[in-house]
Design a protein around this ligand. Structure first.
Ligand code: NIG
Ligand code: FE
Length: 417
Protein backbone atom coordinates (compact mmCIF):
# COMPACT_ATOMS: atom_id res chain seq x y z
CA UNK A 1 0.00 0.00 0.00
CA UNK A 2 1.31 3.39 -0.87
CA UNK A 3 1.45 6.23 1.63
CA UNK A 4 -0.91 9.17 1.00
CA UNK A 5 0.82 12.55 0.79
CA UNK A 6 -0.26 16.05 -0.18
CA UNK A 7 2.22 16.62 -2.98
CA UNK A 8 4.35 14.32 -5.05
CA UNK A 9 6.78 15.68 -7.64
CA UNK A 10 7.96 12.71 -9.64
CA UNK A 11 10.99 12.09 -11.76
CA UNK A 12 12.64 15.53 -11.72
CA UNK A 13 15.44 15.37 -14.28
CA UNK A 14 17.77 17.06 -11.79
CA UNK A 15 17.60 18.31 -8.20
CA UNK A 16 20.05 20.46 -6.22
CA UNK A 17 21.29 19.85 -2.68
CA UNK A 18 19.57 16.62 -1.72
CA UNK A 19 20.33 14.80 1.52
CA UNK A 20 21.88 16.06 4.73
CA UNK A 21 24.51 18.78 4.97
CA UNK A 22 27.18 16.20 5.75
CA UNK A 23 26.13 13.46 3.36
CA UNK A 24 24.36 15.39 0.66
CA UNK A 25 24.76 15.75 -3.08
CA UNK A 26 25.20 18.86 -5.19
CA UNK A 27 23.26 17.59 -8.19
CA UNK A 28 21.09 14.44 -8.30
CA UNK A 29 19.33 12.94 -11.30
CA UNK A 30 15.93 11.28 -11.50
CA UNK A 31 14.54 12.53 -8.19
CA UNK A 32 11.10 12.10 -6.65
CA UNK A 33 9.98 14.13 -3.63
CA UNK A 34 6.97 13.60 -1.34
CA UNK A 35 5.48 16.28 0.91
CA UNK A 36 3.08 16.04 3.86
CA UNK A 37 2.20 18.65 6.49
CA UNK A 38 4.38 21.17 4.70
CA UNK A 39 7.55 19.09 5.11
CA UNK A 40 9.58 16.80 2.92
CA UNK A 41 8.69 13.23 3.97
CA UNK A 42 10.46 11.34 1.22
CA UNK A 43 13.12 12.14 -1.34
CA UNK A 44 15.29 9.93 -3.46
CA UNK A 45 15.81 8.05 -6.68
CA UNK A 46 12.57 7.91 -8.68
CA UNK A 47 12.89 4.20 -9.46
CA UNK A 48 13.47 3.31 -5.82
CA UNK A 49 10.52 5.41 -4.63
CA UNK A 50 8.15 4.27 -7.41
CA UNK A 51 4.77 3.28 -5.95
CA UNK A 52 5.70 4.21 -2.37
CA UNK A 53 3.65 7.42 -2.29
CA UNK A 54 0.32 8.58 -3.69
CA UNK A 55 -0.09 12.34 -3.92
CA UNK A 56 -3.26 14.36 -3.64
CA UNK A 57 -1.49 16.52 -6.21
CA UNK A 58 1.04 14.91 -8.50
CA UNK A 59 3.44 16.85 -10.68
CA UNK A 60 5.64 15.53 -13.46
CA UNK A 61 9.25 16.66 -13.04
CA UNK A 62 10.44 15.29 -16.37
CA UNK A 63 12.66 17.82 -18.11
CA UNK A 64 12.65 20.05 -15.02
CA UNK A 65 14.99 21.05 -12.18
CA UNK A 66 13.97 21.09 -8.53
CA UNK A 67 15.83 23.39 -6.10
CA UNK A 68 15.23 24.65 -2.58
CA UNK A 69 13.43 28.03 -2.52
CA UNK A 70 15.77 31.01 -2.34
CA UNK A 71 16.68 32.29 1.12
CA UNK A 72 17.39 36.03 1.00
CA UNK A 73 19.34 36.50 4.22
CA UNK A 74 19.92 40.28 4.04
CA UNK A 75 17.28 42.88 3.12
CA UNK A 76 16.00 46.28 4.22
CA UNK A 77 12.53 45.68 2.82
CA UNK A 78 10.53 48.04 5.03
CA UNK A 79 10.83 51.73 4.13
CA UNK A 80 8.87 54.60 2.62
CA UNK A 81 9.81 57.05 -0.09
CA UNK A 82 12.27 56.50 -2.88
CA UNK A 83 15.71 57.83 -3.69
CA UNK A 84 15.45 58.05 -7.47
CA UNK A 85 16.62 61.69 -7.40
CA UNK A 86 19.80 60.59 -5.61
CA UNK A 87 20.14 57.81 -8.17
CA UNK A 88 20.02 60.38 -10.97
CA UNK A 89 22.69 62.44 -9.16
CA UNK A 90 24.88 59.35 -8.88
CA UNK A 91 24.43 58.69 -12.58
CA UNK A 92 25.70 62.24 -13.16
CA UNK A 93 28.84 61.55 -11.13
CA UNK A 94 28.10 62.15 -7.42
CA UNK A 95 29.17 59.33 -5.08
CA UNK A 96 26.99 57.47 -2.56
CA UNK A 97 29.32 58.66 0.22
CA UNK A 98 29.04 62.35 -0.85
CA UNK A 99 25.25 62.16 -0.95
CA UNK A 100 25.15 60.56 2.52
CA UNK A 101 27.53 63.13 3.99
CA UNK A 102 25.26 65.92 2.67
CA UNK A 103 22.25 64.57 4.61
CA UNK A 104 20.81 62.28 1.93
CA UNK A 105 21.28 58.53 1.84
CA UNK A 106 19.90 56.55 4.77
CA UNK A 107 18.78 59.76 6.51
CA UNK A 108 16.55 60.68 3.55
CA UNK A 109 14.78 57.32 3.88
CA UNK A 110 14.52 57.88 7.65
CA UNK A 111 12.56 61.12 7.10
CA UNK A 112 10.10 59.37 4.75
CA UNK A 113 9.76 56.28 6.96
CA UNK A 114 9.14 58.27 10.15
CA UNK A 115 6.27 60.04 8.36
CA UNK A 116 4.59 56.79 7.22
CA UNK A 117 1.94 54.85 9.13
CA UNK A 118 2.19 51.16 9.90
CA UNK A 119 -0.38 50.36 7.20
CA UNK A 120 1.46 52.41 4.58
CA UNK A 121 4.75 50.70 5.42
CA UNK A 122 3.06 47.32 5.33
CA UNK A 123 1.53 47.84 1.88
CA UNK A 124 4.81 49.09 0.43
CA UNK A 125 6.82 46.20 1.90
CA UNK A 126 4.18 43.60 0.96
CA UNK A 127 4.42 44.58 -2.73
CA UNK A 128 8.18 44.04 -2.62
CA UNK A 129 7.81 40.73 -0.76
CA UNK A 130 5.23 39.39 -3.22
CA UNK A 131 7.49 40.24 -6.16
CA UNK A 132 10.33 38.40 -4.40
CA UNK A 133 8.09 35.38 -3.80
CA UNK A 134 7.16 35.31 -7.50
CA UNK A 135 10.90 35.12 -8.25
CA UNK A 136 11.42 32.15 -5.92
CA UNK A 137 12.33 33.70 -2.56
CA UNK A 138 10.57 31.65 0.11
CA UNK A 139 12.43 32.99 3.18
CA UNK A 140 13.52 36.58 3.68
CA UNK A 141 15.35 38.40 6.45
CA UNK A 142 14.07 41.96 7.05
CA UNK A 143 15.90 44.68 8.99
CA UNK A 144 14.64 47.77 10.76
CA UNK A 145 16.91 50.82 10.65
CA UNK A 146 15.02 53.58 8.80
CA UNK A 147 13.42 54.81 12.01
CA UNK A 148 16.36 55.51 14.30
CA UNK A 149 13.88 56.44 17.03
CA UNK A 150 12.06 54.04 19.32
CA UNK A 151 8.57 54.38 17.82
CA UNK A 152 9.57 54.01 14.18
CA UNK A 153 12.00 51.15 14.81
CA UNK A 154 9.22 49.22 16.62
CA UNK A 155 6.74 50.11 13.86
CA UNK A 156 9.09 48.71 11.20
CA UNK A 157 9.53 45.46 13.14
CA UNK A 158 5.76 45.12 13.62
CA UNK A 159 5.44 45.45 9.83
CA UNK A 160 7.99 42.65 9.42
CA UNK A 161 5.92 40.48 11.77
CA UNK A 162 2.77 41.24 9.77
CA UNK A 163 4.51 40.27 6.53
CA UNK A 164 5.29 36.90 8.09
CA UNK A 165 1.72 36.46 9.29
CA UNK A 166 -0.10 37.64 6.18
CA UNK A 167 2.06 36.46 3.29
CA UNK A 168 3.12 32.90 2.42
CA UNK A 169 6.85 33.54 2.70
CA UNK A 170 8.81 33.21 5.95
CA UNK A 171 10.10 36.50 7.38
CA UNK A 172 12.94 36.73 9.91
CA UNK A 173 13.19 40.13 11.62
CA UNK A 174 16.42 41.92 12.55
CA UNK A 175 16.70 45.01 14.75
CA UNK A 176 19.07 47.51 13.14
CA UNK A 177 18.67 50.70 15.15
CA UNK A 178 22.42 51.13 14.62
CA UNK A 179 22.08 51.72 10.86
CA UNK A 180 23.01 55.44 10.93
CA UNK A 181 23.10 58.34 13.40
CA UNK A 182 19.83 60.30 13.16
CA UNK A 183 19.93 64.08 12.54
CA UNK A 184 19.16 64.85 16.19
CA UNK A 185 22.19 62.86 17.45
CA UNK A 186 24.85 63.98 14.94
CA UNK A 187 26.75 65.79 17.69
CA UNK A 188 26.17 63.16 20.39
CA UNK A 189 26.98 59.82 18.80
CA UNK A 190 27.63 57.95 22.04
CA UNK A 191 24.32 59.32 23.28
CA UNK A 192 22.61 57.57 20.35
CA UNK A 193 24.43 54.31 21.16
CA UNK A 194 23.10 54.69 24.73
CA UNK A 195 19.57 55.06 23.34
CA UNK A 196 19.98 51.93 21.18
CA UNK A 197 21.37 49.87 24.07
CA UNK A 198 19.34 51.16 26.98
CA UNK A 199 15.95 51.88 25.42
CA UNK A 200 15.51 50.30 21.99
CA UNK A 201 17.01 46.83 22.53
CA UNK A 202 15.05 46.19 25.76
CA UNK A 203 11.79 47.30 24.06
CA UNK A 204 12.44 45.09 21.01
CA UNK A 205 13.24 42.10 23.25
CA UNK A 206 10.23 42.73 25.47
CA UNK A 207 7.85 42.59 22.49
CA UNK A 208 9.85 39.69 20.92
CA UNK A 209 10.05 41.67 17.69
CA UNK A 210 13.45 40.50 16.42
CA UNK A 211 15.70 37.44 16.25
CA UNK A 212 18.88 39.26 15.22
CA UNK A 213 20.66 42.52 15.95
CA UNK A 214 22.70 44.18 13.19
CA UNK A 215 24.97 47.23 13.04
CA UNK A 216 26.58 49.26 10.23
CA UNK A 217 30.26 49.23 11.22
CA UNK A 218 31.97 51.72 8.90
CA UNK A 219 34.33 54.69 9.10
CA UNK A 220 31.68 57.42 8.99
CA UNK A 221 29.07 55.42 10.88
CA UNK A 222 29.49 53.08 13.91
CA UNK A 223 33.05 52.50 15.12
CA UNK A 224 34.22 48.97 15.99
CA UNK A 225 33.90 49.84 19.70
CA UNK A 226 30.35 51.20 19.30
CA UNK A 227 29.41 48.24 17.09
CA UNK A 228 30.70 45.77 19.65
CA UNK A 229 28.79 47.48 22.43
CA UNK A 230 25.51 47.31 20.48
CA UNK A 231 25.99 43.65 19.49
CA UNK A 232 26.98 42.55 23.01
CA UNK A 233 23.98 44.34 24.40
CA UNK A 234 21.73 42.66 21.80
CA UNK A 235 23.22 39.29 22.71
CA UNK A 236 22.36 39.82 26.38
CA UNK A 237 18.76 40.44 25.30
CA UNK A 238 18.73 37.22 23.21
CA UNK A 239 19.32 38.79 19.77
CA UNK A 240 21.90 36.98 17.64
CA UNK A 241 24.56 39.31 16.23
CA UNK A 242 24.99 40.16 12.54
CA UNK A 243 27.13 42.96 11.12
CA UNK A 244 27.57 45.14 8.02
CA UNK A 245 31.35 44.81 7.73
CA UNK A 246 34.10 46.12 5.44
CA UNK A 247 31.65 47.50 2.85
CA UNK A 248 33.21 50.85 1.91
CA UNK A 249 36.57 50.34 3.68
CA UNK A 250 38.32 47.69 5.80
CA UNK A 251 37.08 49.28 9.00
CA UNK A 252 37.30 46.56 11.67
CA UNK A 253 33.88 44.98 11.16
CA UNK A 254 35.19 41.46 10.51
CA UNK A 255 37.21 41.55 13.72
CA UNK A 256 34.12 42.60 15.68
CA UNK A 257 32.17 39.77 13.99
CA UNK A 258 34.75 37.22 15.14
CA UNK A 259 34.93 38.70 18.66
CA UNK A 260 31.19 38.68 19.33
CA UNK A 261 30.59 35.37 17.49
CA UNK A 262 28.30 36.89 14.85
CA UNK A 263 26.18 34.45 12.82
CA UNK A 264 27.16 36.37 9.70
CA UNK A 265 29.35 39.23 8.49
CA UNK A 266 27.83 40.91 5.46
CA UNK A 267 29.18 42.90 2.46
CA UNK A 268 32.98 42.33 2.89
CA UNK A 269 33.83 44.16 -0.35
CA UNK A 270 37.01 45.53 1.23
CA UNK A 271 37.89 42.67 3.55
CA UNK A 272 41.50 41.37 3.87
CA UNK A 273 43.25 37.96 3.95
CA UNK A 274 43.64 38.30 7.70
CA UNK A 275 39.91 39.02 8.12
CA UNK A 276 39.08 35.94 6.01
CA UNK A 277 41.08 33.73 8.40
CA UNK A 278 39.34 35.28 11.41
CA UNK A 279 35.87 34.70 9.89
CA UNK A 280 36.73 31.09 9.08
CA UNK A 281 38.13 30.37 12.54
CA UNK A 282 35.12 31.81 14.32
CA UNK A 283 32.49 30.15 12.07
CA UNK A 284 31.00 33.44 10.89
CA UNK A 285 29.07 33.01 7.63
CA UNK A 286 30.38 35.53 5.06
CA UNK A 287 27.39 36.98 3.25
CA UNK A 288 28.22 38.71 -0.02
CA UNK A 289 25.97 41.32 -1.60
CA UNK A 290 27.20 41.80 -5.17
CA UNK A 291 24.00 43.60 -6.16
CA UNK A 292 25.15 46.52 -4.00
CA UNK A 293 28.60 46.66 -5.61
CA UNK A 294 26.87 46.60 -9.01
CA UNK A 295 24.20 49.17 -8.13
CA UNK A 296 26.78 51.53 -6.61
CA UNK A 297 28.90 51.19 -9.76
CA UNK A 298 31.96 50.09 -7.79
CA UNK A 299 34.74 48.04 -9.31
CA UNK A 300 35.81 45.90 -6.39
CA UNK A 301 33.54 42.94 -5.62
CA UNK A 302 33.92 40.92 -2.41
CA UNK A 303 36.62 38.21 -2.59
CA UNK A 304 34.28 35.25 -2.99
CA UNK A 305 36.99 32.90 -4.32
CA UNK A 306 39.38 33.60 -1.46
CA UNK A 307 36.57 32.99 1.05
CA UNK A 308 35.56 29.74 -0.68
CA UNK A 309 39.18 28.60 -0.90
CA UNK A 310 39.54 29.25 2.83
CA UNK A 311 36.63 26.83 3.36
CA UNK A 312 33.98 29.41 4.32
CA UNK A 313 30.30 28.65 3.59
CA UNK A 314 29.73 31.75 1.41
CA UNK A 315 26.14 33.05 1.33
CA UNK A 316 24.77 35.60 -1.16
CA UNK A 317 21.81 37.96 -0.71
CA UNK A 318 20.14 40.96 -2.37
CA UNK A 319 20.55 43.71 0.30
CA UNK A 320 17.29 45.13 -1.20
CA UNK A 321 17.06 48.72 0.11
CA UNK A 322 16.11 52.15 -1.27
CA UNK A 323 19.63 53.50 -1.75
CA UNK A 324 22.46 51.12 -2.49
CA UNK A 325 20.57 48.25 -4.19
CA UNK A 326 17.00 47.99 -5.46
CA UNK A 327 17.46 44.46 -6.88
CA UNK A 328 14.90 41.98 -5.52
CA UNK A 329 15.72 38.93 -7.64
CA UNK A 330 17.89 36.29 -6.00
CA UNK A 331 18.33 34.73 -9.45
CA UNK A 332 19.90 37.97 -10.66
CA UNK A 333 22.23 37.89 -7.62
CA UNK A 334 23.14 34.28 -8.50
CA UNK A 335 24.00 35.40 -12.04
CA UNK A 336 26.02 38.37 -10.81
CA UNK A 337 27.92 36.17 -8.35
CA UNK A 338 29.02 33.96 -11.23
CA UNK A 339 29.83 36.80 -13.63
CA UNK A 340 31.54 39.19 -11.21
CA UNK A 341 32.81 37.09 -8.29
CA UNK A 342 33.96 33.95 -10.09
CA UNK A 343 31.53 31.61 -8.37
CA UNK A 344 30.32 28.51 -10.22
CA UNK A 345 26.57 28.17 -10.84
CA UNK A 346 26.35 25.43 -8.18
CA UNK A 347 28.33 27.51 -5.64
CA UNK A 348 26.06 30.48 -6.29
CA UNK A 349 22.86 28.39 -5.96
CA UNK A 350 24.24 26.97 -2.70
CA UNK A 351 25.03 30.51 -1.48
CA UNK A 352 21.45 31.52 -2.21
CA UNK A 353 19.87 28.52 -0.44
CA UNK A 354 21.81 26.23 1.89
CA UNK A 355 24.46 28.72 3.05
CA UNK A 356 21.94 31.54 3.34
CA UNK A 357 19.87 29.31 5.62
CA UNK A 358 23.03 28.80 7.71
CA UNK A 359 23.43 32.60 7.93
CA UNK A 360 19.97 32.72 9.50
CA UNK A 361 20.44 29.73 11.83
CA UNK A 362 17.91 27.78 9.72
CA UNK A 363 20.04 24.82 8.59
CA UNK A 364 17.62 22.34 10.12
CA UNK A 365 14.58 24.13 8.74
CA UNK A 366 15.14 24.94 5.06
CA UNK A 367 17.70 25.51 2.29
CA UNK A 368 18.18 21.84 1.26
CA UNK A 369 16.06 19.02 -0.08
CA UNK A 370 16.10 16.59 2.82
CA UNK A 371 13.53 14.69 4.87
CA UNK A 372 12.20 16.79 7.73
CA UNK A 373 12.93 20.17 6.14
CA UNK A 374 10.26 22.60 4.94
CA UNK A 375 8.96 21.87 1.44
CA UNK A 376 9.96 25.34 0.19
CA UNK A 377 10.78 24.58 -3.42
CA UNK A 378 11.25 25.96 -6.89
CA UNK A 379 10.41 23.84 -9.91
CA UNK A 380 12.20 25.18 -12.99
CA UNK A 381 11.08 24.51 -16.54
CA UNK A 382 14.66 23.79 -17.61
CA UNK A 383 16.63 20.87 -16.08
CA UNK A 384 20.09 22.45 -16.15
CA UNK A 385 21.24 24.80 -13.31
CA UNK A 386 24.00 26.33 -15.45
CA UNK A 387 21.46 27.32 -18.10
CA UNK A 388 19.19 28.89 -15.52
CA UNK A 389 22.11 31.07 -14.39
CA UNK A 390 23.22 31.78 -17.95
CA UNK A 391 19.69 32.96 -18.78
CA UNK A 392 19.20 34.56 -15.37
CA UNK A 393 17.03 37.39 -16.69
CA UNK A 394 14.94 35.15 -18.94
CA UNK A 395 14.11 31.82 -17.32
CA UNK A 396 11.80 32.34 -14.35
CA UNK A 397 10.59 29.76 -11.82
CA UNK A 398 7.80 27.58 -13.19
CA UNK A 399 6.21 27.00 -9.79
CA UNK A 400 7.18 28.26 -6.31
CA UNK A 401 6.07 26.15 -3.33
CA UNK A 402 6.01 27.18 0.32
CA UNK A 403 5.35 24.33 2.73
CA UNK A 404 4.37 22.18 -0.27
CA UNK A 405 1.71 24.66 -1.39
CA UNK A 406 2.04 26.19 -4.85
CA UNK A 407 2.04 29.92 -4.16
CA UNK A 408 3.18 31.28 -7.49
CA UNK A 409 3.71 30.28 -11.06
CA UNK A 410 2.20 28.11 -13.71
CA UNK A 411 -0.70 25.73 -13.32
CA UNK A 412 0.44 22.40 -11.96
CA UNK A 413 -0.15 19.24 -13.94
CA UNK A 414 -2.77 18.20 -11.47
CA UNK A 415 -3.92 14.63 -11.21
CA UNK A 416 -6.34 14.16 -8.37
CA UNK A 417 -6.50 10.72 -6.91
O1 NIG B 1 23.41 47.55 3.28
N1 NIG B 1 25.13 49.62 4.42
C1 NIG B 1 24.14 50.03 5.03
N2 NIG B 1 22.90 49.93 4.65
C2 NIG B 1 22.46 49.66 3.37
C3 NIG B 1 22.29 50.93 2.60
C4 NIG B 1 21.04 51.52 2.97
C5 NIG B 1 20.65 52.76 2.23
O2 NIG B 1 21.41 53.37 1.47
O3 NIG B 1 19.48 53.12 2.44
C6 NIG B 1 23.37 48.65 2.73
O4 NIG B 1 24.01 48.89 1.71
FE1 FE C 1 22.43 46.09 4.19
Amino acid sequence: MSEKVELLIENCSQALFTGTRDEGHDVSEGVTIAVADGRIVGIGNSDELAGRFKGLTEVDGTGRLLTPGFVDSHTHLVFAGDRSAEFARRCAGASYEEISAAGGGIRASVRATRAASEDELFHLAAQRAVRMLSLGTTTVEVKSGYGLDLDTELRMLRVARRLDEELPLHVLPTFMGAHEFPDEYREDRDGYVDLVCETMIPAVAQEKLALFCDVFCEESVFSPEQSKRVLECGKQAGLKPKIHADELAASGGSTVAAEVGAVSADHLMKTTEENIRALKESNVVPTLLPGTTFFLGKEQYAPARALLNAGCPVAIATDRNPGSCTIESMQFIVGLSCLRMGMTPIEAFRGATENAALALGLSDACGRLAVGLAADLILWECPDPARIVYEFENIIPRTVFVGGRAVFGMQLDRRNR
